[in-house]
Ligand binder design. Sequence first.
Ligand code: ARG
Length: 499
Amino acid sequence: MTSGKRGPRRTPPATTRTARGRAKPMAASSQARTGRFTDPPHELVERFTASLPVDRRLFEYDILGSLAHCRTLERAGALTRAECRALLRGLERVRTELREQRFPFAASDEDIHMAVERRVTALEGPVGGKLHTGRSRNDQVTLDLRLYLRDHLRMAESQLRDLQRAFLRQARRHAGVIIPGYTHLQRAQPVLLAHHFLAYVEMLERDRTRVRDAGTRLNVMPLGSGALAGSNYPLDRAFTAKLLGFPAITQNSIDGVSDRDYVAETLGALAIIMAHLSRLSEELIVWSSQEFSFVDLPDDLCTGSSMMPQKKNPDVPELIRGKTGRVYGHLLALLTTLKGLPLSYNRDMQEDKAPLFDAMDTVADSLTISAELIRRLRVRRDTLARAMSSGFLLATELADYLVRKGVAFREAHGIVGRLVRSCMTRNIDLSGLSPAQLKTASPHFADDALSCLTLTGAIDRKNLIGGTARRQVARQLKHWEARLASTPARPPRPARSRG
Ligand code: ARG
């Protein structure tokens, strides 16, 4: 869009009458002040209350809602056929202007709703004044926001899918690779790299269902709630809902204009997505460090240092981790805004949009770039193999060997712990112990004891649902391949709704 809020006034403004009866141009901010006020709003108030810079991105949804509202008004007998047609035409003309970024915003446009109405009136004449019949900005804005979220949550879902697919492809590519699994960032037990990647697929699946769930709950049509009490016109709300593709309509007009739960739920879901992406980022940062060298990040997704020529910095995952705080902040901001509000609509609620939009944008960008990072991640099998050789990753296997020989697990834990300690002082691995040394530690160690100390053995013994055994992971890979393949193609991008 070209002109900002304070852009040049190029349209012939509508007129109103002053107290003395003189005709004067009617600014959008005066559309809400006709008659009751003698003075125009203070310039400071105009600027302070305006939400246009934030909500102009809702224009597609605002116009969709208005088109449906006009048709509902006609059906209710509140507009003649000709009036309805003129309004529909005006709305479409305005939509084209907005899409082509030649909509003449006026300094006095308080929000996108007023701007559109002002412009319809400028284009179609006084019939534009009928557009807002039986409607309030209070039900209009929540409709717009629900329409916006319906689109954007669907998009987030499909981006989550893309990231899941990227993990799945990497899991398949490195199906046999074993890595040291960590707890407390200390080497713990061997696991399949594919198992590790599939853990992210699981997390992202929960994100996806959370997003879908939020999208389902908010898919309710609020128009007809009016300012708070409903409407004096016999609006066929089911008809409006059908036009806009809503499966349900709100059942209480007060709640209809007050409810922002769906914004909170969305921000909650987005915050958890960021928590996941941030954990992933942390892992990429650690894994790509020279100390680990488990993976290489693609060069073109990294940055250099302005001073140190040798540096290849993981700024992208660092920024995802950093932006996570911002999205958490948005959730807290919204919840705090809502907590003191009496029913029904209060202007405070206008503060819902900036955090919501920023969180949506941040999550969308973070998902896109995370998928790119994972798709092109280079796994360093050489360093991974070396990493497997130390850290006593198989100590638990030895303890479980004793359990199979009838030793209580707690006792076995102690025996192997002591063996680990003695290996550490002698700087050898468990496999370096002799059968005699093992037998001294416990008479239950037979000659075959050390044969349990293999990586594949350790992996394949975890052969239960959810375990890292090759058989189990292969089943999971198959499961996710079928599941992620059957998802319908990516939904269309919402039209030009940013900025
Ligand atoms: N721009 C407002 C919002 O985002 C909608 C306008 C409702 N204003 C009012 N005075 N009732 O919530």
